[in-house]
Design a protein around this ligand. Sequence first.
Ligand code: AMP
Length: 170
Amino acid sequence: MDIKSLIRDVPDFPKKGIIFKDITPLLKDPKAFQEVIHKMAEHYKDQKINSIVAMESRGFILGGALAIQMGVSFIPVRKPGKLPWKTLQETYELEYGKDTLEIHQDSIAKGDKVLVLDDVLATGGTAAATIRLVERAGGNVIGACFLMHLGFLNGHEKLKSTPIFSILHY
Ligand code: AMP
């Protein structure tokens, strides 16, 4: 199946100069959505993962589906002030300014094998901050999984030794 044809490029969203990769046509196609989740599950099936940590908000859509498919825990990473319990926080640099992500401090057992998952790897700041959160919470990040890797933005360099798996490459 041609998964790439179900990703819609939306120029100048949310601001000028950004080509937004819209995954809603893919989510609308049950066979394509299933194929993506099955490919991800297949890739990690022998790694004895305990949990999937995904980032608000499109990471939740893929992460919830993959957690069910693999029979593992789902753990959300959210923007500040959204999680109700005690949190750990990581702040990271954006092109203009900073952003912060949070995880529940008791969400991961020490030594748990964690897969980090998001829809897009762009500059890598979001994924790198999430990896730091998981490590501070006691987890062992075994990989970072994305639907799309925008290779020209060199986000993989920020993820250093974490193995990356991506379904689509740009
Ligand atoms: P980054 O931290 O630069 O790797 O950005 C990754 C986060 O921003 C992910 O959560 C993506 O959902 C979102 N993102 C970045 N660039 C795009 C894009 N071109 N289209 C859609 N989402 C994007």
